[in-house]
Design a protein around this ligand. Structure first.
Ligand SMILES: O=C(CO)[C@@H](O)[C@H](O)[C@H](O)[C@H](O)COP(=O)(O)O
Ligand SMILES: [Zn+2]
Length: 192
C-alpha cells in the first residue's frame, strides 16, 4: 500500500516536472495571448468531460473570482456546468454537440477556447474545438499521451507526457493554476 502511495505522488511530480520543462515557452506565450484577450474585452471558454469538466469549472472560477490577488473579474465560462443547457443539447442534438453548440452561442472572434481531453479523442471536445476555429477563436488544447486527434486541430497544444489519465489531469490543473497566476501578475503589473 505504501509503495503505491509513494509511486503515485512520485510519478505525478515527475510528469509535472517534465511537462514544465517541455512547455514553459508555450505557457508564457499562451499567457500573453490570454492577457491580450482579456485587455481587449474577450473571454475564455473551457470544456472537457468528467474530471476535465471540473478542471474547466475550477479554472473558470479562478478568473471570474480571483486566484490570489484583488483585481477586476475576468470573463471565463466553463461549458459543462449549466445542467439545463447540457441536457437540452444532449437530448435534442446529441452529446457530441454539447460543446460545439455552446461555443457557437458564446464564442466571438478573438476569444480563447480551451479544449481539455486526456485522450485527445473525445468527440464532443473535438467538435467544440472545430466550432471554435470556425468562429475565429484562438484554440488551445490540454491533452496527454500522443495528443490524439485534438493536438493537431489547435493553435497551441499542451501535451502531458503520460498515458495515465489521472497523472495527465494532475498536470492540467497545475497548468491552469500557473496560467491564472501569470495572467493575474501580468495584469497587475508585477510579472515580466
Ligand atoms: O477523472 C476521470 C479519471 O481521472 C474521469 O472522470 C475522466 O475524466 C472521464 O473518463 C472522461 O470521460 C475522459 O475523457 P477524456 O479525458 O479522454 O476526454
Ligand atoms: Zn479523475
Amino acid at each position: 500500500m505504501k509503495d503505491l502511495i509513494l509511486k503515485a505522488f512520485s510519478d505525478s511530480a515527475a510528469v509535472k516536472q517534465q511537462f514544465a520543462r517541455d512547455h514553459a515557452d508555450r505557457i508564457a506565450h499562451v499567457t500573453a495571448l490570454m492577457v491580450t484577450a482579456f485587455r481587449e474585452g474577450r473571454k475564455v471558454l473551457l470544456f472537457g468531460n468528467g474530471g476535465s469538466a471540473t478542471d474547466a469549472a475550477h479554472i473558470a472560477a479562478e478568473f471570474v473570482g480571483r486566484y490570489k490577488r484583488e483585481r477586476a473579474p475576468l470573463p471565463a465560462i466553463a461549458l459543462a456546468t449549466d445542467i439545463a443547457a447540457i441536457t437540452c443539447i444532449a437530448n435534442d442534438y446529441g452529446f457530441d454537440e454539447l460543446f460545439a453548440r455552446q461555443v457557437r452561442a458564446h464564442g466571438q472572434k478573438g476569444d480563447i477556447a480551451i479544449g481539455i481531453s486526456t485522450s485527445g479523442n473525445s468527440p464532443n471536445v473535438l467538435k467544440g474545438v472545430a466550432a471554435a476555429r470556425e468562429c475565429g477563436l484562438i484554440t488551445v488544447a490540454w491533452t496527454g499521451g500522443t495528443g490524439g486527434k485534438l493536438a493537431p486541430l489547435v493553435d497551441h497544444a499542451f501535451v502531458v507526457p503520460s498515458t495515465v489519465t489521472a497523472r495527465i489531469q494532475e498536470s492540467h490543473i497545475t497548468l491552469g493554476h500557473v496560467l491564472c497566476e501569470l495572467v493575474e501578475e501580468t495584469l497587475l503589473g508585477t510579472a515580466s
